[in-house]
Design a protein around this ligand. Structure first.
Ligand SMILES: [Zn+2]
Length: 458
C-alpha cells in the first residue's frame, strides 16, 4: 500500500524518536530547528498565556477560537510573532547556522522557518483588510522559503487556494520540493512539512492507514522526479519523521472529555472572549491532551489546584515548579515526586538529577546510580524544560491515553486520536533514515539538529 515508505525502509533504518513536551507541532518544530527544548527556544505550546502581555497566545487551534481572541491580533501570532518575537532570538535555528557557514537551505511549509535572509510574503487580499496587516509582510527566512501560497518557489503552483488551506497541504508541499529537484536547485539542507497525516489520524484514529497511503502518494511523486528511485538515494540523505505520536481518544459513551471548567468550578476562570479581568483566578491554555493552568491570584496555591485535579483518574501527570524544584503528582499513581537538575542520578541521556519522594509517579526505575524511563520518555528533562519555557505560575497537566482536555471552543477528537501529552503514545514518533549509516546521538528530536549539521560538515 505504501511503496515509497517501503523503499526508504528497505534502504535505511526505521526506529522511534522522542518528541518534546507538550507534543504539539510548534514546540516540536522549534526544538528540531534549534536543537533544544522549550526552556531554551521559548515556544511553549500551541496555546499558552503571555504573562507580560496578559493575553492568551493561540497559534491556530481553530478559526472560532481565533475569532474570540480577536482575529487581527491573534493572526499576527502564527503569521509573524511566533518566528520573530516568541522563538528565542538567542537560540540559533539550523537555517541561521547554515547561513553563517555559507551554506544555503530551504524550508517548505514549516510553521517555524526563521533564517537570516530578508523575505517578503504576499498576503491574500482578505487578510490585508485587517488593521494590523498590509498586502505584504517582511519576514526572515532561509534562502528558499515556502509558506503556503504566501511565498512559494513555483510561480505556477497549484493547490494553494484558500479552500486548500492556502497551500498548507501535502500536494502543495510535494509540488514545491519537486520544483526544486527538477530545477537542480536543491540546497544542502531542505526541510519539508507534510501536514495532512495529522488531521487524518485525529479524525479516524491511530489504526487508520489512509494517511500513510495518501502521504506515500506524494513521496512517490518526489522519488519519480529523479531519473530513478535509486538515484534519489545516491547523493541525498533522507530523514522522514513524524512530529509526534497520537493517543486514542475513547468514544462518546466512555467519558473521553475532561471538562476543566467543571473540575475547577470553584475558581473564576478567564473567558476567552473577555480577556483577563481583575479578579480572575485562573487562565486555561488547552493543548489537546495537555493543558497549562495559570494561577493569577496569590491567595491560592498551585498545590491546592493540583489536589483537586488529581481526584480525576483520567488526568495522568500533574507537575509544577517551586523555585528550582519540580513537583509531580498524578491522578493515577499515589504519592509525590520532587526533582531538580544536578545530583547523583544519571538519566539515559547523560543528564544528572536529584530525586526525592515517589519515583513511581513518573514510572521511573533505578539501576545502580542510573534511572530508566517507563511510560514517559525523557520525562524529567521534558517536564523541567516545559516548566521553564515561559513566565508565570502554572501547572502542566497531561491526560491519560483515552482522554482529552476540553475548555470553551477547544477542538476535540472523540472516537479518534489526539496528542499533546507526556505519555509515550503522544511522545514517540516514527523516523526513517536512508542514505547514511549515521544516526543522531540519542533518539530525541533535540539531537537531530547537531546530527544534520555534522553530516553537512563532513
Ligand atoms: Zn495534531
Amino acid at each position: 500500500m505504501a511503496p515509497a515508505f517501503a523503499f526508504f525502509m528497505k534502504h535505511g533504518t526505521a526506529s522511534e524518536i522522542i518528541s518534546p513536551f507538550p507534543t504539539m507541532s510548534v514546540n516540536v518544530e522549534s526544538s528540531l530547528l534549534t536543537g533544544h527544548y522549550s526552556d531554551v527556544h521559548h515556544v511553549p505550546g500551541l496555546v499558552w498565556f503571555h504573562d507580560e502581555e496578559k493575553r492568551l497566545i493561540n497559534y491556530g487551534t481553530n478559526a472560532s477560537e481565533l475569532l474570540q481572541l480577536g482575529l487581527a491580533t491573534s493572526l499576527k501570532d502564527p503569521l509573524y510573532n511566533i518566528n520573530h518575537e516568541h522563538l528565542n532570538k538567542k537560540a540559533a535555528t539550523i537555517f541561521e547556522e547554515l547561513s553563517k557557514k555559507g551554506k544555503n537551505s530551504a524550508s517548505i511549509n514549516g510553521l517555524l522557518y526563521r533564517g537570516s535572509q530578508e523575505k517578503v510574503m504576499q498576503l491574500p487580499f482578505l487578510l490585508s483588510l485587517l488593521p494590523t496587516f498590509h498586502r505584504s509582510l517582511a519576514v526572515k527566512g532561509p534562502d528558499l522559503l515556502t509558506y503556503g501560497s504566501f511565498i512559494k518557489q513555483n510561480p505556477f503552483a497549484k493547490y494553494g487556494h484558500f479552500w486548500q488551506r492556502f497551500g498548507f497541504n501535502n500536494r502543495f508541499s510535494a509540488q514545491e520540493l519537486i520544483y526544486l529537484i527538477k530545477n537542480h536547485s536543491l540546497p544542502p539542507f531542505t526541510m519539508v512539512y507534510f501536514p495532512d497525516m495529522d488531521q487524518i489520524i485525529h479524525k479516524k484514529g491511530v489504526e487508520d492507514l489512509s494517511g500513510i497511503v495518501k502521504t506515500d502518494r506524494e513521496l512517490q511523486k518526489v522519488l519519480d522526479s529523479f531519473h530513478s528511485w535509486e538515484e534519489a538515494l545516491k547523493n541525498n540523505v533522507w530523514i522522514i519523521m513524524g512530529d509526534n505520536g497520537q493517543a486514542v481518544v475513547r468514544p462518546r459513551n466512555q467519558n473521553p472529555l475532561i471538562h476543566l471548567e467543571k473540575l475547577l468550578s470553584s475558581y473564576r476562570i478567564t473567558k476567552l472572549s473577555k480577556g483577563v479581568r481583575k479578579d480572575d483566578d485562573i487562565v486555561l491554555a488547552v493543548n489537546q491532551r495537555m493543558a497549562f493552568v495559570y494561577l493569577l491570584q496569590p491567595n491560592h496555591s498551585l498545590e491546592e489546584i493540583a489536589n483537586i485535579l488529581k481526584t480525576d483518574a483520567r488526568i495522568d501527570v500533574i507537575a509544577w515548579r517551586e523555585e528550582e524544584k519540580i513537583k509531580v503528582v498524578s491522578g493515577r499513581r499515589e504519592g509525590m515526586l520532587m526533582f531538580k537538575k544536578g545530583g547523583q542520578w544519571e538519566d539515559p541521556y547523560g543528564s544528572m538529577w536529584t530525586l526525592n519522594g515517589d519515583i513511581e509517579v513518573l514510572d521511573i526505575f533505578t539501576e545502580g546510580s542510573r534511572i530508566k524511563y517507563g511510560e514517559y520518555p525523557d520525562a524529567l528533562a521534558r517536564l523541567h524544560a516545559a516548566a521553564l519555557s515561559h513566565k508565570g505560575q502554572f501547572l502542566m497537566i497531561s491526560a491519560y491515553p483515552g482522554f482529552e482536555f476540553k475548555y470553551g471552543s477547544s477542538p476535540v477528537h472523540v472516537g479518534g486520536a489526539s496528542h499533546g501529552g507526556l505519555h509515550q503514545h503522544d511522545s514517540l514518533a516514527a523516523i526513517i533514515v536512508s542514505g547514511t549509516e549515521r544516526l543522531p546521538k540519542y533518539n530525541r528530536m533535540i539531537d537531530v539538529k547537531d546530527w544534520i549539521l555534522s553530516m553537512l560538515d563532513s
